[in-house]
Ligand binder design. Sequence first.
Ligand code: XMP
Length: 324
Amino acid sequence: DWTMHAFRAEAVKAIRAQVGQGRVLCALSGGVDSSVAALLIHEAIGDRLTCVFVDHGMLRQGEAEQVVSLFRGHYNIPLVHVDASETFLKALDGVQEPEEKRKIIGKLFIDVFDAEAKKIAADGRGAPEFLAQGTLYPDVIESVSFQGGPSVTIKSHHNVGGLPARMKMKLVEPLRELFKDEVRALGRELGLPEIFVGRHPFPGPGLAIRLPGGVTAEKLAILRKADAIYLDEIRKAGLYDKIWQAFAVLLPVKSVGVMGDGRTYDFVCALRAVTSTDGMTADFFHFDMNFLGRAATRIINEVRGINRVVYDVTSKPPGTIEWE
Ligand code: XMP
């Protein structure tokens, strides 16, 4: 892609001009935006970029390992991997309400990142004065229109966007002029593997908002397995790129089933898949019933703790994409 080839060179020049001999911190989430921002900045300033990956323990199966092995192993980018799963789990203990979960995760994320930033600042190489953000053009527009926008908050959408206010750092935002599809093209131009480039959007609070009710380590483990099987079937069927987002939700409901000659009393798993162009509106995805049957059978056979699977046929509006 010639446009992105040219953009890459321009962006690298601009980053060098802005940062000079300074250091940059980047909160890496594993999503395409922060990944592309990190690669671009690394190309511009090398080891004066340090990435911090705060693992809140609410990621999908294999995701943390993928991020670490790609950035540290493959790209050799300085990466601090903070495994804060225990801290987040403890903070969420007994919390049921979706917005409450978001607030706790959002605040804790900033605390953990802040503590890590202080350690990096004390490593003898001079404190980083810049913070990298994978802000896109639509984010820029949204935050402008937000002030005069509707006063009803459906969901507070906590993500790394809350960082800069607290950190008192200068922002480096190399993707500010790009739309999502352009970021993906730039990611390909930078050699980012397809599994990162084409990844479905994933909410900042992660699996915590796909477990209606309380979050426990046990429920997280069950949800992670079911979700991985569902996504595996979607990939095998060649449907992944036709879908905007697909995921499993573990309902806080138990139902009776029969397995062999025994009675089971286990959780219900809901499967969700939608098509969308911007996440603002969405249609439920029309799977073939054979596909759904296959995914359900595998989940029930392979995941201990689930004995029933249902498919969500709600579009947005009136539903939202996530259940919380
Ligand atoms: P809803 O559920 O509101 O989701 O239809 C629209 C899009 O936003 C994502 N989402 C979030 N992203 N923090 C995020 O960073 C959040 O708290 C959050 N809640 C929802 C959702 O996955 C979908 O892409």
